[in-house]
Design a protein around this ligand. Structure first.
Ligand code: NFS
Ligand code: SF4
Length: 666
């Protein structure tokens, strides 16, 4: 069993200053964290598990396969490549399922909103019209709720569709990519169906040809990226507002010593939005006063944090690896959780304090937590019940320690629409200036840093990669816990342009944007697909996503969702770099991911351990694309002429938006 270290002696591998400060406190002395568990396990993992060649898909096994050793294939004859591909594909199916179940809830919430039920309303009518058009829903002379209802029902039908016709959002992709998917027979049909087919095909005795397994894995992943995740992002934007740039704070120091602190952890913004609304109601504020608190302080953890950060400017207290630490401050009255990335250990950490873990979703319960079901049809009432429970805990609070390192401002809210407006101006918004600056070489290319953090690897890796990229004039897009980590590192503010290379700095300075753009939560990686498509459509950078000087990485991936994202990026033509993949046990299959997929998709998976090596691969791939496009020569420095400067100045830079600040403390 893992034991707690003395003080902070063993914290050398923890890079977060706030985490170190908290763990060094007396009040945290009995807190056992995942860092301790990583240490006490000695980090040794089963060789077969970590190389992808352990199969327990039937009861003749488990079979541990050794590549190339004849007597070490499966009892059923399954080879290393079959088993590794099946395991990899199942990881993708699980990741897609998580995004899909989340998205389904958002679409159902959207339909209820369109019906006029619940506390929310249709906020972004422009986007409603845009998405309605994609779905063939008439918009002229129609009430917004009527349009939304028809759209919502069509969207919901895509989950269970049994038609052979491709998902509607696929037609947003570049024409050439759509044709490729069609030719390969991997256009996703029903969103749920692709997960079911993936599970079926990886069942004992079904698909036993690794390339064929990966065709379905691509279709399943595409049903996530261009299906469920994209629906979730777009319909959530329509309901809660498309993010616009705003300033906020990211750190555990956002907890307040004189307020009721409630951290919202998980993924579905319906719960978080309802909590934000309920926290502003007078009866709730009165109750907080009655127990002696000055107010209610909501703070986000993980992707739910990113959702409310992007749309409301509510601070993010912690990314994935700080979820236990935020409780170890003793300052949290309740951690309200829904689904995904919530570690079972938080309930044990909470036991050291007055904190309650409140589970809210019937799908996700936990021993030692309090369950208060969040009823979507009575969202505000449910949210109030949850808040009241938290407020009542305030009186039980004893000693707290809130780390007060210098707080770092972040600027967030870079939806693909924002990027469009910022660069092109709101009246003639376009990706033209971005494309032009890539073509003339001021911006070398685009690098996406996405995904989780992971206790087994240093949190600093995100920062090292991002710094190296921006230093080399690569514009960075970030989502998920990677974005939180880059925010804490101070790279999400316009001041970070001092770390950028001269070309990128010049563009960012003129527009007033940071060199690292926070695009949202993990489902919002679908925004990156649209941004990439817009760049293709704008012209001058090839005619498919695979032609763009752009590449993604999820260096500290932990969740199965990250692998689903990786595969939908690759199947969409965007290369990815991961720190490791559990596929090395089959040479054939591993090489297929790293090289073989290039012929089919024009993109592959890359693997590199060290952060600087990851950055190097990203820059090399970007340069290779520049070369193929014939724009590598233009990188000799071009100074802005007055016309270009004026054009960029006309963009809706963050200077125009100003600081909207958090809206939760009253
Ligand atoms: Ni993405 Fe979000 Fe974070 Fe990773 Fe988990 S919170 S959906 S999976 S750990 S980025
Ligand atoms: Fe072993 Fe084949 Fe069963 Fe897998 S499916 S456990 S390889 S017998």
């Amino acid at each position: 069993m893992a034991t707690k270290r003395d003080g902070c002696d063993g914290c050398a591998d923890i890079t977060c200053t706030s985490t170190k400060l908290i763990l060094a406190q007396d009040i945290a002395k009995n807190v056992v964290t995942a860092y301790d568990r990583v240490k006490s396990r000695g980090m040794s993992a089963c060789l077969f598990g970590s190389s992808g060649t352990c199969c327990r898909n039937c009861n003749m096994g488990p079979c541990q396969i050794i590549d190339g050793v004849e007597e070490m294939i499966g009892i059923c004859g399954a080879t290393a490549e079959t088993v590794a591909a099946r395991n990899f594909a199942r990881t993708i199916a699980a990741g897609s399922a998580a995004h899909t179940d989340h998205a389904r809830e958002m679409v159902k919430g959207f339909i209820e909103t369109a019906k006029g039920h619940g506390p929310h309303e249709i906020k972004d009518v422009d986007k409603l019209h845009k998405i309605a058009k994609i779905f063939g829903v008439a918009t002229e002379d129609r009430d917004k709720n009527e349009i939304a209802l028809e759209l919502g029902e069509l969207a919901l039908a895509e989950f269970g569709s049994q038609d052979e016709k491709p998902l509607t959002m696929l037609k947003r992709a570049p024409q050439k990519r759509q044709e490729l998917w069609k030719k390969m027979g991997i256009e996703p049909r029903g969103i749920d169906r692709e997960v079911v087919e993936m599970m079926h095909r990886t069942h004992m005795g079904v698909d036993q040809e690794y390339k064929n397994i990966m065709l379905q894995a691509s279709r399943c992943a595409l049903s996530d990226g261009w299906g469920s995740s994209m629906l979730s992002t777009e319909l959530t934007d329509i309901m809660f507002g498309t993010p616009v740039p705003r300033r906020a704070i990211v750190d555990m120091g956002v907890l307040k010593s004189d307020q009721v602190n409630i951290t919202v952890h998980g993924h579905e913004p319906l719960l978080a939005e309802a909590l934000c609304m309920a926290a502003q109601e007078q009866d709730i504020l009165d109750l907080a006063k009655k127990v002696g608190a000055k107010g209610i302080n909501l703070a986000g953890v993980c992707c739910t944090g990113n959702e409310i950060l992007m749309r409301r400017g509510i601070p993010v207290a912690a990314g994935f690896i700080q979820q236990e630490m935020v409780l170890a401050t003793g300052a949290v009255e309740a951690m309200v959780v829904d689904v995904q990335c919530v570690m079972q250990s938080v309930a044990q950490v909470a036991k050291n304090f007055h904190t309650d873990i409140i589970t809210t979703n019937y799908r996700a319960k936990m021993p030692d937590a309090v369950h208060i079901q969040f009823e979507e049809d009575a969202a505000l009432e449910s949210a109030k019940t949850i808040l009241k429970h938290a407020i009542n805990n305030y009186k039980k609070r004893s000693k707290v320690f809130i780390p007060q390192k210098e707080k770092v401002d972040v600027v967030v809210g870079f939806s693909h629409e924002t990027i469009n407006n910022m660069l092109g101006g709101s009246f003639r918004s376009s990706y033209r200036p971005l494309n032009d600056n890539i073509i003339n070489g001021r911006i070398r290319g685009v690098g996406a840093i996405v995904g989780c953090d992971n206790y087994k690897l240093s949190d600093e890796n995100h920062e090292i990669i991002a710094r190296e990229l921006i230093k080399n004039d690569v514009l960075v897009l970030a989502t998920g816990c990677a974005a939180t980590s880059l925010g804490k590192a101070g790279l999400l503010c316009p001041e970070a342009i001092k770390f950028a290379g001269p070309g990128l700095r010049e563009v960012c300075e003129t527009v007033g944007m940071p060199p690292v753009l926070h695009m949202g939560s993990c489902v919002d990686n679908s925004r990156i697909l649209i941004a990439a498509t817009e760049m293709v459509r704008e012209g001058g950078l090839g005619d498919d996503i695979s032609d763009l000087p752009a590449i993604g990485t999820a260096p500290l991936w932990m969740s199965e969702k990250a692998v689903a994202i990786g595969q939908y990026f690759v199947a969409s033509g965007a290369q990815v770099v991961f720190q490791n993949l559990a596929t090395t046990g089959s040479k054939k299959f591993h090489n297929y991911l790293l090289e073989g997929m290039m012929d089919s998709y024009g993109a592959v998976w890359n693997v590199a351990k060290e952060p600087l090596e990851i950055a190097r691969i990203m820059i090399e791939r970007i340069d290779a694309k520049r070369e193929a496009l014939g724009i590598n020569k233009q990188r000799e420095r071009v100074l802005f002429d007055m016309k270009m400067r004026r054009d960029l100045d006309a963009g809706a830079g963050i200077g125009d938006v100003g600081c909207t600040g958090p809206q939760h403390n009253t």
